[in-house]
Ligand binder design. Sequence first.
Ligand code: TXA
Ligand code: MG
Length: 322
Amino acid sequence: MKTELLSCTDDLTGSIDRAAALIRQGEVVAIPTETVYGLGADGLNPIATGKIYEAKGRPSDNPLILHIADRSQLEMIAETNHPMLEALISAFWPGPLTLVLPKKEVVPPTSTGGLDTVAVRMPKHAIALEIIRKAGVPIAAPSANTSGKPSPTQAKHVAEDLSGRIAAIVDAGPCTVGVESTVLDLTQEIPVVLRPGGVTSDQIEAVIGTLGNTNADISKHSPGTRYRHYCPNAEVVIINQSSDFDTALFEIKKVAWIGAHPPRGAKKVFELTTAEDYAREIFNALRICDAGGIEIIVVEEISDAGIGAAVMDRLRRAAGKI
Ligand code: TXA
Ligand code: MG
């Protein structure tokens, strides 16, 4: 299959129309969101979502997020009687918060990995919202990478992994947040974060009060957390302080350095300081390291505060520590 590249600078309306038409026809199209690029298909069509799993090589019991553009689509696919739902929606949608709710009949089990719940989010990205509106269906979209690889934050990352395997890629430039949405389980009275992401726990607690304990048997609720994720070919090593690192290794291995205090001698350096910078750049950095044949990627740890929690979650997984 030849993958169409749909530019948003040359012909925005034409690209949006084409993407929506392909999705209506049951094809798979990579679409931009504020977090990472998503691999979109008609979330109510099992044949279309089957193509997502096939293109990514994703285990079929790992459920998808359904992306919606307005409130009526939420009513169509999920039960909306959780007492905290309205406050969460008005505070965080559109935005990087995914809500897990009891699903309605119309959502096929193939979109939810057989679960009776569905994950829903309204992305904060004008082009994504327009594609969803024009497609006229909720769009199921996991991150648009080969399963296990770092998530894509630019259209070229999607092309690296999936060119020839999907109908089209909509290129809207780099994603602004850079790590995926926060997944919040609303199927119990006290909500629990299943995956830290673009909306921080502090922000959520400021709206609805104290969250439940995330460690409570999380893989039961978030099947995705069982699998290996975000892994570059190189080995990822997380360090507390740059002084903990023996630079003699630079002589024998191709080492890249990510962080605020790069010592001399690393083959590649990504000077990142704030948690927001880490979030925006981290997946791109891991991919550049792979392209450059880097053997070891050293990353300076950052605080788990704010979006740092999502960044460190992804890095610990990339390092095989979770
Ligand atoms: O920011 C994002 O969330 C991106 C963009 C494209 O929207 N999407 C994304 O999708 O990261 P994915 O498939 O890579 O991650 C979805 C996560 C997985 O950990 C999955 O297990 C969890 O959400 N999930 C989906 N449906 C669920 C459900 N019904 N119950 C519990 N967890 C669910
Ligand atoms: Mg993913």
